[in-house]
Ligand binder design. Sequence first.
Ligand SMILES: [Zn+2]
Length: 712
Amino acid sequence: MRSLNFPQHKENMKGKKWWEEPVRMMREDFAPDFSAIGKLDLERVARSRKNDWKINCEWIVGTIPFDGKGYQTTFRADGYEIYPGFEHFDYLRTYTPIAHRYGIRIISYLNMHFFDYEFARKHPDWEQILDTGEPYGKVHPLYGKGTTLCINSPWREWAFGLIREAMKTGIDGIFLDGPLVYPGCCYCPWCRKKFYAEFGQEIPFENWKDPLWKKFLKFREDSLVSFLSGARDAALQINGDAVVFLNAGSWHPSEWRTGVSMEKLAPLENFCGAEAFFHYGAAQNIYSALMTGKYLTAYGKPSIVFSHFMSGRWHYLFLPEGELKLAVSQTASSGANPWIAFVHKALETNPAAHIPVKSVFSALDRNKSILSGTGRIADIAILFSERTGKLWLSKWDEFNAPISARAEQSLSIDTRAEEINNWHAKKALAEEFLGKSLAGYFHILVRNHFLFDIILDRDLNFEKLSKYKTVILPDAACLNQQEICAIDRYLENGGSIFASFEAGMYDEEGNFSTSFLDFCGIRNVDGMFQQFLGENYIHFEKKFLSFSKGAMIERAGHALKVLSSGNDTYGRFLKPLDRFYAPLPDVSEYPAFILHKRGKGVVAYCAEALGCFYEETGMISAEKRVTEILKYLLKKPRLITRAPKSISIELFQTIDGRICVHLANNAVDRRPVNEFLPSRDVEFTLLCDFQPKTATSLIENTRVKSRICRRT
Ligand SMILES: [Zn+2]
């Protein structure tokens, strides 16, 4: 493991701004009467924040988040409407200096997306408009009673003026909630005029074969970038150190629907922040906070995972303590900063809610010198492609016509084909598939203790790729020629790629491309098997890793019919079945797996969508083949573990050369988390190129049992 260049690094640390150091954020809202804060002893409030909650950055409401009152302020702002109760109490100007005395930075929350109909009626050309010509809020009442305004309309200047007024109060920065281009928007007169001026045509309707539609997607992104840039300029006009950020951009492939391009927005933000809230009644990703944090840190900016502390839809109560601990410990182990929020009213039911927060935040505070300026150690990179999320649609009709099967019940299983035939639904299906693919691979990597980074489209260059032994291109990826050249050079120099299903088979516009087939040892793609989850198999004609000759394993629902350009194939798909309890068919000519050498490197290609398959089913044989293939490609991983799969392990190198190991116990009884199940016998071996001295537990501040072996 290479050591960092310490003297230079320390020099850089000296010039660090407060937002580049570890932060612990909190927001307490005083709904339904936000002016209730004015009746509290603010000195006592700030002291409690510091001593009881252990935060060093607090969000305070500048405009109202509830009830569509995003246009009413809690502070004196010339030209803007004050929220009733704040006429004689300027929240921002009064509380900020008190908080500063306790070492707490102040970020003001500005609601930039939720306005009631009354306010919208006063500015009829500010609302976002759907392609039907109807206002967004008329068709989709926001939170049941509101609408949203357009970033290309004169509302833009209204918002920038508000930002300037907020910064005049002495706060440290602003958080913009919203502003977005809502799904299906915006066809307002301002957007139409701006689009026409740029492209000489009217805004098109959704059609993924129309190049103008893809230009409109870019137009939406660029409009949001322009808004954030203007907002940032407005804040910096008043305070040259102002912190500005918004809550856009998690890893999910549907982010394009709100005009979000994190690759474009992140450079304009001080923090990259995204939500990883717990929701009752929905299928829960156990690694939600870890995945969000690792994704956000890929942008190289200080990051925040918004994990809430409100009880899902029951906003006037707290989440169970277990959910808080799960979210915050995963967030910290991802290298991101934690953030919690709650409504003051909840303290009446649970006045001791700060105790679990204090225990975790205290540990982070005690160890802030170690957590500051660390870099993750990784053998593997996995691509989370924004471009693919935005543009990818499978070219195969079978992708949009799955045969679904209900669970066997009362001696029958009902199977039926469901063809999806409109653009909106096709794109939604593609996004759902990609989301499962990323989550599936992420879970396999975490559960099997691989050291990995998430990388972005912009990271597909030789310099970045050469930091990793293996790069995973998950079930679909759109690559441009420059990126393919970078991968080629990476392979020539001994790197390895793990690719599956349609990875690399689409270009930067989302069109099918054969440029990458040769890399995977594919001569031709004959098509896609009928999509059917169940009763389809892979047969091994010879031994492959731990799969013995003659063995059969489960095939994913999504699988391609590819032909190999060589004889480096392992396992073949059986001819397809689209029903249950039918005789087993013969083996087809289509390989399940190709191992293709290129330069000094190697590409392992699987013709099935393994990430999606694992996420949908938890199939042990799918996890096993991904894990075994990755171990084969890595040859000598830096971390060897003997630990339960439910323990997640993240490694960082600190600025003073230490290795910081984050262990998080994700073994829980169920969701919401009532209790953590004890995990014992956690052992791991770490290969270092320096001589370690001791191993210390940072939580207990005790020595950990360790043994140092010298190897050559
Ligand atoms: Zn508009």
